[in-house]
Design a protein around this ligand. Structure first.
Ligand code: URA
Length: 432
């Protein structure tokens, strides 16, 4: 078999065999196939697409390129979620304890933030003592005893994706549905859960900018996941404006606790409930109505909050922040942003607001940057709210820097007009 022939076949619109796909993935991962041939194939796939059979095979081969986590001891109870990333997205920290309190088993690996989007692992690091690294045995044992664990990505999971994603990033081949599907789903397959719920974000602050593109990606991932033997659901959720009110690592932990204390209504609670309900319905094979009731009960009864405490403490964290948020990293300085006109908030550009939080130190521009866990933004007004001159729009939290650029960036992200806007739906579609 020759790589040249595989590239030529795909370039001419042919369907690759499973042997050809396995040949490419195995030899590219171990360095026998050079980047220039792999990029030619990525570009051919970008233009020619892949059949379902090809995408399933590519996804499985990529998942097999490294370690796979074995969650088989949990049977149908194991579940995972994935978000395509957004601003203010702290849903994992809320959804996982809800589902674990109902009996699901969540052994979750999460990532760090980059650019305008945050990462769950950074957020959890703002909790004193919390261990984001556990040995494989500890990870499984904690999932068994507590019902959940969240750690950073460890081990040699899907090395094929690490190489391919870096290559696609510099060869203009990221935006291909079969390539994105295989990239995301190979990592989810390797992580081992039998139920996978996807939160595909759509809008200005998201990777998928249009509803149609988000829908195509969600349908493709659900389809491939099912063909690979997993129970699947995807929600397409709005990311034109940030989710919830708080952006920044410790600030987002505070907001997650407020939801689990049942002290907060609104978009964040609604998206978390929808994601958790999909998970619970798939895990226990029950109707969505029944699972929605269980999820609401878990929040209202405080069981999900107790599960959060149990999880954080099992993982070495000091759980006292749940009663006393001042124990989390707190910024020395704050700056209020005051509204200068009357009207309605018509849009809040999530990407620009994410960038403003990076300017305050809450995120990183490159992988090597360090972050300020206490920095961030608390938004007091959101899209659809009426405002009058002098109202507090948001508060910026920061330490040893000057916040003017971040303030200007925040202000440039917020549009105010005299007409009440028609709001975007929060959940555009559910695909199962
Ligand atoms: N996120 C991924 O993990 N992979 C892609 O290809 C695109 C987004």
């Amino acid at each position: 078999m020759r790589m040249y022939d595989i590239i030529q076949k795909k370039r001419n619109g042919g369907e690759l065999s499973s042997e050809e796909i396995a040949f490419f993935i195995n030899r590219y991962t171990n360095g026998e196939i050079p980047d220039y041939q792999a990029s030619a194939l990525m570009m051919a796939i970008y233009f020619r697409g892949m059949t379902d059979a090809e995408t399933v095979c590519l996804t499985e081969c990529m998942a097999d390129s490294g370690d796979r986590i074995d969650l088989s001891r949990f049977g149908d109870l194991s579940a995972d979620k994935h978000s395509t990333g957004g601003v203010g997205d702290k849903t994992s920290i809320i959804v996982a304890p809800i589902v674990a309190s109902i009996g699901g088993k969540i052994a979750k690996m999460s990532g760090r933030g980059l650019g305008h989007t945050g990462g769950t692992v950074d957020k959890l690091e703002s909790i004193s003592g919390y261990k984001t690294e556990l040995s494989p045995d500890e990870f499984i044992a904690q999932t068994e005893s507590v019902g959940m664990a969240i750690i950073g990505q460890t081990g040699n999971l899907v090395p094929a994706d690490k190489k391919l994603y870096a290559l696609r990033d510099v060869t203009a081949t990221v935006e291909s549905i079969p390539l994105i599907t295989s990239s995301i789903m190979s990592k989810k397959l390797a992580a081992g859960a039998s139920t996978i719920v996807l939160d595909v974000k759509v809008g200005g602050g998201a990777f998928m900018k249009t509803e149609r593109d988000a829908e195509l990606l969600a349908e493709s991932m659900v389809n491939i996941g099912k063909k690979c033997g997993r129970k699947m659901a995807a929600l397409i959720t709005d990311m034109n404006s940030p989710l919830g009110n708080n952006i920044g690592n410790s600030l987002e932990i505070v907001e997650a606790v407020e939801v689990l204390k049942n002290k907060k209504t609104g978009d964040l609670r609604d998206v978390c409930k929808a994601l958790a309900s999909q998970m619970v319905s798939l895990i226990f094979d029950i109707s969505l109505d029944e699972s929605e009731k269980k999820v609401e009960d878990a929040i209202v009864s405080g069981l999900a909050l107790s599960k959060m405490r149990e999880w954080i403490e099992a993982q070495g964290g000091d759980g006292r922040f749940i009663d006393d948020p001042s124990l989390l990293p707190t910024a020395k300085n704050s700056l209020d942003i005051i509204c200068e006109t009357d009207g309605y908030i018509t849009s809040m550009n999530a990407e620009k607001i994410g960038i403003a939080s990076v300017m305050l130190g809450a995120g990183r521009e490159s992988k090597e940057d360090s972050i300020d866990l206490s920095a961030g933004i608390v938004m007091n007004k959101k899209v659809g709210d009426s405002v009058t001159k002098g109202d507090l729009l948001a508060t910026l939290y920061y330490n040893d820097l000057s916040p003017e650029k971040a303030r200007d960036c925040y202000l440039s992200a917020v549009s105010i007009s005299g007409d009440k806007p028609t709001e975007n739906p929060l959940i555009y579609k559910t695909i199962r």
